[in-house]
Design a protein around this ligand. Sequence first.
Ligand code: FAD
Ligand code: SF4
Length: 811
Amino acid sequence: MAGARAVEEILARGGAEQFSITMFGDEPYGNYNRIMLSHVLSGEESDADIFLNALSWYRENNITLHSGVRAERIDRFTKNVFSDDGRVTPYDVLIIATGSRSHMPPMDGLYTPGGSVKHGVFGFRTIDDTRKMIQHAQHDHHSRAVVIGGGLLGLEAAYGLKSHGIDVEVVHSGGHLMNAQMGPDGGAVLRRSVEALGIRVHTGSRTTAVLGTDRVSGVRLRDREDIACDMVVVAAGIRPNVDLAVLSGLPVERAIVVDDQLRVQDEDDVYAVGECVQHRGEVYGLVAPLWEQAVVLANHVTGADTSAAYLGSRTATKLKVAGVEVASMGLHGPERDTDEHIVFSEPSRGVFKSIVVRDNKMVGATLLGDSRKVAYLTQAYDRGLPLPEERISLMFDLGTPGEDVGVAELDDDAQVCNCNGVSKKDLVGAVKGGCTSVAGAMDATRAGKGCGSCKLLVRQVVEWAADGAVEEDPAASYYVPGIPLDKPSLMAEIRKRGLRSVSQVFQALAPGSAEDAKSKMGLASLLKMMLADQYIDERDARFINDRVHANIQRDGTFSVVPQMKGGVTSVQQLRRIADVAEKHKIPLIKLTGGQRIDLLGVPKEDLPQVWADLDMPSGYAYGKSFRTVKTCVGKDFCRYGTGDSTKLGIEIESRFQGIESPAKLKLAVSGCPRNCAESLVKDVGVVAVEGGRWEIYVGGAAGAHIRKGDLLATVDDPDEVKVLTGRFMQYYRENANWLERTYAFVPRVGIEHIRAVIVADSEGIAGRLDSSMQASVDNYVDPWSERDDRLTPGQFRTSLPLTVLPQVPVR
Ligand SMILES: Cc1cc2nc3c(=O)[nH]c(=O)nc-3n(C[C@H](O)[C@H](O)[C@H](O)COP(=O)(O)OP(=O)(O)OC[C@H]3O[C@@H](n4cnc5c(N)ncnc54)[C@H](O)[C@@H]3O)c2cc1C
Ligand code: SF4
């Protein structure tokens, strides 16, 4: 990363006129964003997306790239580089940017007798490491991994492997996680957040051996029991790549020793930059210092500013580790009696904040789980700003400037994106240069394209710089990221071209016909909604829940929720459920919020038999689809009831069961305005009112987001309720963005508009909406019927580890 960045900085200073540039890299690729390997491992990015410069960039800038070629030796006197392809390349100025490699700590059994690492042992440094790890993790028989090291890299590796369904344990020799970045209290909160992901953590524990003869079978710990596993990821630190420098007689201590100009000590024409460098005794392991080094180096090499000096970096780091925001700078805790230490800890939310103040200056901070104040704190730390008397306002927006003022007050060279070294000034420059959308400014500067933790600040800076004139990013309107079309245009193209499967859509409409994993589910749902029985189902377009028609749980087992229309059951059903639970030793039976019975802890391979024994249809408690209708007892039993809510709820559920939608749909019917079924906070909620009438509410929610639904209509009879409910749901299916719940869709489109279309038929589409919904209803097939007719041999084969579920005591 540092080498290519130094070249970019040199080119930006007119270096192309001064030098003909040759680059060597022993990885067989051009330069890529190493930080993003964590995202590649977790499947959030594909490896093709992380390349920083296309091969055309090298050509266009007349750079000769020797990829997959290792520089072996430098002759400083004849000024030649000798590479392992036998080439001898002369130079006037040489830059060494060999970075680091994974450190393999001494332990038994790590290597085969032939000297290579044992099968199943991985470092985590390169694209090739990452690809091999993914391949190994996805192997059917591999289900357990041990990660050695609980620092940044180890936690990222653990998080990434977990997303492949692997059972992960982290063994860390330090007393707490990420001990280089935070103190024990922060480490304890981080541990809680990491364990909440289902990753087991052993701190203060050292691995002494890797077990297994020709392949990994486990690890041995110094003071605990062996852990069985199929793969080991060693993330126990890095070591600078200094062999080339040592062999060439350059000064090397912990790394290659350079001066304030990044020139190798006592050399005139040899520079070094990046993690392979030791500057004033410091060796850095994060990218932010590299960007500063590259600027100084380029100024000297090109002569653009021969007074430029690199004086070291204050490492304020802002990262996203295992999905948790982490920011850390300076001291982790007080060192002197007179140091002030302000601490806020809320472990249940994974939030921890610690600030150390000395002589009214901030000398250290750790933020975990909430880094909203990081820009302000970084500035206070870097510049030694005087601090507010009310110290708590350093952590929360009480007396300190609001976010807008905060952005305006940020120094021009304040670093907004640490991962790619982008300052406020760079972003402002991009906006002034014509990039007035957030995505445009991000593309132009690469801000926000690393760990992603700075995206909010990037948006704020762009909005501030554009003075409110921010253009909407066109990609924000795409239905799915991989196809550059909004939903209406996409649907029109699908119809026009007669496309019937997800792969046909990619083939016809994706740039370069490239398939995009993140787009598959949304496309599958859309096609099914549009085409009903004409849709060609492709299994790889489905998420695991939709492949096995059950909801995957944290431990890799599944939950089975049979249908109970309107929350009504019978003696026979209850008896059967009890028998099934007993026969299959179901660890937990739980009533759901949607008035059904959830059998939790079913292994994947048992699913077909459990369904067969239940002999009840699926309750759809897993998909992006119509889920359930909650009902109150209604007028037959309740003395307040004015409508038969139970009957209507059952009828609605019978009609719309299982239809696909952009996000889940939860419904309810209440028998009077006392609203015992909580109809006002459902996607569609129905309430019986005086005079035998029914009110229909849409767009309600009571989950992470709380919203009271808007009144769509008041109608006279239950049949009208069913028609309008179906018409609204079809309109939502056709017009909502992928994963957009009704609580976002209804306010976005506006209840007046929705009312006009659905009730008054202002667009003349009511009939078509009704018949499209009817086609979906007619096409319904109970997915649990697949138990007799498996679509693939491995459909119900488990590849996940099963851990013991917590037993909830029955009181
Ligand atoms: C998975 C992962 C996640 C990370 N996440 C973050 C993060 O969130 N934030 C952060 O700040 N940092 C992060 N880092 C660290 C960051 O990637 C490094 O600081 C950065 O890559 C260092 O850049 P560099 O150019 O010095 O070395 P490198 O990027 O390693 O580049 C050096 C290159 O030189 C090649 N090379 C070595 N010797 C030779 C030779 N003799 N001849 C030819 N080529 C040679 C190497 O193979 C390598 O390709 C992460 C690192 C990894 C591995
Ligand atoms: S909503 Fe009304 S009818 Fe239904 S149970 Fe409550 S009080 Fe009774």
